[in-house]
Design a protein around this ligand. Structure first.
Ligand SMILES: Cc1ncc(COP(=O)(O)O)c(C=O)c1O
Ligand SMILES: [Zn+2]
Length: 408
């Protein structure tokens, strides 16, 4: 891929105390313990690049290169990630009485989930910074994506995931040569093991928000939605929220586009969707709090959003409050029904996390929080193909000489 442009990174800024950090150094959390966010020379960039310049670029997230932290073309580790389709859901929209219902479908991206975005940018930047080994806890999909991108980059990768995490990401980690361990516990327990190992061995800590670049990959979902809607922002985006990097990223990305003048004042109302069995962000939002509390005994079939306490909870809540959004829970059986109706009515086979956004939209429409004339985007974070264990079907087997028992 050849592109004349360059990154416009200026510095890293603490999301809490605003302390500034050198972007050419390896930085993890701020000394105050909060995540760092990458900042750009947006004024300079606004004068140098127009949104029209993007049109002729390759359909991957690297089309937004100036707004990404990787400086050298040679550092880019890519599998062609990004520019996933924005699919109109005309049948379900029509049934619900919603005129403009879309799905941003991350099911078609390398590794099958949006985690590829964070991994592509995170691993590329790690390579640029000279990282030789990194470590992370995961609920599965992030581990699978980072393991594969690390394999491509030649970076050693240590991963700990819950024992009952889905099997496919586990296979991705194992086949890509990552050093994979399972923990009898949750992602929070995996995080503690990684934390101790990172301290002991000096590895780069690629845990959610403990390095500042994963979010930069994920914000490109916001860029793409804006570009695909011809820079008209939808009224509502519903996002299945676990660690929250996606929703924080979309908010950050859209704020950057606003500062560039590429979109107007309007922001979509961001909705954090969580499972009823693990809803710390929803509880905090209902109580109008700025932070969440650890959710005890969390459980849901939507494994990627089984995060009892997110490091960036305050940033998720900030994104929701500042966009006049909200936070809602859905039950596991609603998720499974939505997965089935998205397949049968729209032909999209989504992951349980992505499916969760549909019953959330239905509830908000019934409550009048979403109006029938508003444009609504469901963010499907991955393909249903990664979750064979979530679907239970009963199919009849025929004897070889048996005729089909149905007529058409
Ligand atoms: C398929 C899927 N959707 C959503 C999420 C939640 O991601 P986020 O950290 O952006 O909240 C995950 C995280 O593991 C996931 O794998
Ligand atoms: Zn700080």
């Amino acid at each position: 891929m050849k592109m004349k442009s360059r990154s416009y990174v200026s510095h890293q800024e603490c999301s809490k105390c605003r302390k500034s950090y050198d972007p050419d150094q390896i930085n993890q959390l701020c000394s105050c313990g909060a995540p760092l966010l990458v900042r750009y020379h947006l004024k300079e960039l606004a004068g140098a690049v127009t949104k029209g310049d993007l049109a002729s670029r390759p359909p991957s997230l690297w089309r937004y290169k100036e707004l990404l932290p990787v400086k050298g073309e040679e550092s880019i580790v890519t599998l062609g990630e990004g520019m996933t389709p924005l699919i109109p859901l005309a049948t379900i929209g029509g049934r619900l009485g919603l005129r403009e219902l879309f799905m941003k479908d991350e099911g078609t991206i390398p590794t099958g989930t949006f985690k590829a975005r964070g991994a592509a940018v995170g691993v590329s930047k790690a390579k640029e910074l000279g990282v030789k080994a990194l470590a992370m806890p995961t609920n599965g999909n992030a581990g699978g994506a980072w393991a594969l991108y690390c394999a491509r980059a030649g970076i050693e990768c240590f991963i700990v995931m819950p024992e009952d995490a889905p099997a496919i990401p586990r296979n991705e980690c194992a086949l890509s040569g990552a050093k994979l361990y399972l923990v009898r516990g949750l992602i929070s327990d995996a995080g503690k093991i990684i934390g101790r190992a990172v301290k002991k061995y000096g590895w780069y800590d690629a845990s959610t928000l403990k390095e500042p670049y994963r979010i930069e990959g994920k914000k490109t979902m916001g860029f793409e939605i804006a570009e695909q809607m011809n820079w008209q922002i939808p009224d509502v985006i519903l996002y299945p929220t676990g660690g929250g990097v996606g929703i924080i990223g979309i908010y950050k990305g859209l704020r950057e586009l606003q500062e560039l003048g590429w979109i107007g004042e309007k922001m979509p109302r961001l909705v954090a969707v969580q499972a009823a069995g693990c809803a710390p962000i929803v509880k905090a939002w209902e109580e109008k709090k700025a932070q969440s509390e650890f959710w005890q005994n969390s459980t849901t079939i939507a494994f990627g959003i089984n995060v009892p306490k997110a490091l960036g909870d305050f940033l998720v809540l900030e994104a929701v409050y500042r966009t006049n959004g909200c936070a809602v829970t859905v039950e596991d059986d609603e998720i499974l029904r939505a997965q089935s109706s998205l397949a049968s009515e729209e032909g999209v086979y989504v992951c349980p996390e992505g499916a969760a956004t549909l019953p959330a939209a239905v509830r908000l429409l019934k409550d009048g929080w979403i109006r029938a004339d508003e444009s609504v985007v469901l963010l499907n974070t991955g393909t249903g193909l990664k979750y064979p264990e979530a679907v239970n079907i009963n199919v009849r087997s025929l004897n070889r000489d048996e005729d089909l028992p149905v007529s058409c």
